[in-house]
Design a binder for this molecule. Structure first.
Ligand code: KG4
Ligand code: ZN
Length: 337
């Protein structure tokens, strides 16, 4: 079975072809970073228009890269939410129209479910049940994953998502959008001893997060300096260490609470090298196995959508949907069917 995946929920147009026998055949991505950079963040209307421009050429490109033809495609999976409504509608209507033309099903995929399953595209992949830490621009969640559609949220951010906190802190330091990777780059040259930022909510029981205070802490600290490059590096380092440490402490707590020994870390922030190192070291020293997607599949991409579509079709071969988009869509509302 050959599944075409289409991702257009935010500022990346991603298309991919996943084959049930041969695995991932090809994936193509167009990032809108350059388009939004001068505005310091994603401009929804510009994002939608760019998806319209890119989606057809990317479709041709992914077919060519996989050496496939349209008629080979058995199903189309598209991101139906959560995300920007205009951007989602581009992918949904393209998918639905193509599915009509080819007389094949179109499946509405939950973006966070796709992030959560992304490590399963790798050779060493987790098996159910596991704990997933989802860390993206819009979400920070700890989920007990029993199987496809069996998602119990055991912790989440009460304010900013981790990626959002990275982005806002970066903006405050005068860094370009997208802020997360820019801040992480500065942190490499930061002095880890100069500042110690708080680890929010780690003194409280439970697995919830709060990251908005860290951003304020970074701002207050920044105002007390001369604003030199080294100051920015040191603040970036203290901020990144605090986020990584907090995520780590809560993950360990979630693993203890559930008694599970496999941890999946996915979503844009899982591309952070310091986070990967910290969790990797933990895995090496404990009985816990930690699974990440490869770097390019941490942030938004079509491969994870194609794969999630394949898993959903396996579960329910007759699944099909109309043009279904949900800008807000809690992961906990998903079921197996
Ligand atoms: O999953 P994603 O591409 O989009 C959403 O579903 O939100 O995640 C994007 C988020 C952004 O906030 C971005 O700054 C953050 O992931 N991010 C990073 C890194 N790469 C992306 N944050 C920290 N370090 C990184 N290397
Ligand atoms: Zn995402």
């Amino acid at each position: 079975m050959l599944v075409l995946g289409i991702e257009t929920s935010c500022d990346e147009t991603g298309l991919a072809l996943y084959d049930s026998d041969r695995g991932l055949l090809a994936h193509c991505l167009h990032s809108q970073i350059a388009l939004h950079q001068e505005y310091g963040g994603v401009v929804p209307e510009l994002a939608s228009r760019d998806h319209v421009r890119r989606i057809t050429p990317l479709f041709e490109e992914v077919l060519a890269a996989a050496a496939c033809e349209r008629k080979d495609i058995d199903a189309i999976a598209y991101t139906a939410g959560p995300g920007l409504i205009g951007a989602l509608l581009v992918g949904a209507s393209f998918a639905r129209a193509l599915a009509f033309a080819l007389d094949i099903p179109a499946l509405a995929i939950h973006h966070m479910e796709a992030h959560l399953l992304a490590p399963m595209l790798e050779a060493e992949s987790p098996t159910f049940p596991f704990v997933a830490l989802l860390v993206s621009g819009g979400h920070t969640q700890l989920v007990r994953v029993g199987g496809i559609g069996d998602y119990e949220i055991i912790g989440e951010s009460v304010d900013d998502a981790a990626g959002e906190a990275f982005d806002k802190t970066a903006k405050m330091l005068g860094l370009d959008y997208p802020g997360g990777p820019a801040l992480a780059k500065l942190a490499v040259d930061g002095d880890p001893q100069r500042y110690r930022f708080p680890r929010p909510m780690t003194a409280k029981p439970g697995c919830n997060f709060s990251f908005s205070g860290l951003k304020t802490h970074a701002l207050t600290t920044f105002r007390s300096t001369d604003g030199s490059e080294q100051d920015k590096c040191d603040i970036s380092r203290a901020f990144e260490d605090a986020v990584v440490d907090t995520l780590f402490i809560k993950c360990r707590r979630a693993l203890e609470a559930t008694g599970l020994t496999q941890l999946v870390v996915a979503g844009g922030v899982s591309a952070n090298q310091s986070l990967r190192k910290r969790f990797g070291e933990y895995a090496a020293q404990s009985a816990v196995q930690v699974y990440f997607p490869r770097n390019e599949f941490c942030t938004d991409n079509g491969a994870m959508i194609a794969y999630a579509g394949y898993r959903r079709l396996q579960l329910n071969p007759s699944s099909d949907s109309g043009i279904d988009v949900r800008p807000r869509w809690p992961l906990s509302e998903l079921g197996a069917a």
